[in-house]
Ligand binder design. Structure first.
Ligand code: MG
Length: 305
């Protein structure tokens, strides 16, 4: 980086700082949105008890969840998958889409456009299903040779029109920060929120892009769940629920010693009303009983927060 580039970078950072001071003009009362926050539980298909999709949807509903989170298998089949959820009395959570093999941020530029086209199809499907968004990971470890700075710069080039498209479809692209064991790029909620803010700035309007917080990844990367979630603020669109790195690792909330109270305080403070979705294993033999107990545990943690 030459001296000119360096000053260009600091000028761009100044935009962010100005946005930060605007936030501080709210009164303490206006910033505290606890009265409107809700715990709305969702589950991915895999972690839910039940031997087949129909049974899983039935049990997700039975134990008080409001939505189901699908994987990439629903892309292009929005009407069918929306109907399945609807027949079970459920809404649709996010589409857990992932990184598309890291193609969108590959150092091999020929791989990028097919990945971008597929993300656009996933956004379209999310819109059809009234889903809050498509969970997007720029790259898992080993999927790109681009540096941290190069990925961030490239995201700001290709994402603004896609974010606008997502907003038109009534949905969002949702960055998922991951722990360092899985990704070197994008590990903290505040980082994802700041990239979303910069995508908005590049698009010239707000909407269609956000970030999520996953309790398992936060356990490694964040010093405060509450601080991380408040940093996400209005960009926080989704939550993944899982125990942390203690044994049994990444299992149903309540199966290991990790508490959710601190993070739930953050969700209450920002007035979060999006979904909190199970993405975890189960250590106990009776999965249905364990699912029921975990939901009761989460509700108790929410009440305590
Ligand atoms: Mg996750």
């Amino acid at each position: 980086m030459n001296r000119r580039d360096f000053f260009g970078t600091t000028a761009a950072l100044g935009v962010g700082l100005a946005a930060g001071t605007a936030f501080a003009t709210q009164t303490t009362e206006e910033m505290d949105k606890r009265a409107s926050a809700k715990l709305r539980i969702c589950s991915q298909v895999g972690p839910a008890p039940g031997d087949n999709m129909e049974k899983k949807l039935e049990l997700i509903k039975k134990y008080g969840c409001e939505a189901v989170e699908y994987g990439g298998e629903c892309v292009g089949k929005g009407k069918e998958f929306f109907q399945r959820a609807n027949d079970a009395g459920l809404e649709v959570g996010a589409i857990c889409w992932g990184s598309h093999g890291g193609d969108l941020c590959s150092e091999d530029e020929s791989k990028r456009q097919p990945g971008i086209d597929d993300l656009k199809r996933a956004i379209e499907t999310a819109g059809e299903m009234k889903s809050p968004g498509v969970i997007y990971v720029p790259a898992f470890n080993g999927q790109t040779k681009l540096t941290n700075q190069e990925i961030r710069k490239w995201l700001l080039e290709f994402l603004p029109p896609l974010a606008e498209f997502a907003a038109e479809c009534g949905t969002s692209i949702i960055f998922e920060p991951l722990c360092r064991m899985e990704a070197y790029f994008l590990r903290q909620v505040a980082d994802g929120a700041s990239i979303a803010r910069d995508v908005d700035a590049a698009a010239g309007k707000k909407g269609g892009i956000g970030v999520m917080a996953d309790f398992y990844h936060m356990d490694t990367e964040e010093t405060s769940q509450m601080g991380a979630i408040i940093s996400g603020g209005s960009y926080l669109k989704y939550i993944h629920l899982a125990g942390g790195v203690q044994q049994p690792r990444r299992t149903y909330p309540g199966e290991n010693s990790m508490t959710f109270v601190d993070g739930f305080r953050g969700l209450k403070y920002i007035g979060y009303t999006g979904f909190c979705s199970f993405e975890c294993g189960c250590a106990k033999e009776n999965k249905e009983e364990a699912f029921k107990e975990s939901i009761a545990f989460l509700r108790a943690q929410w009440a305590e927060a």
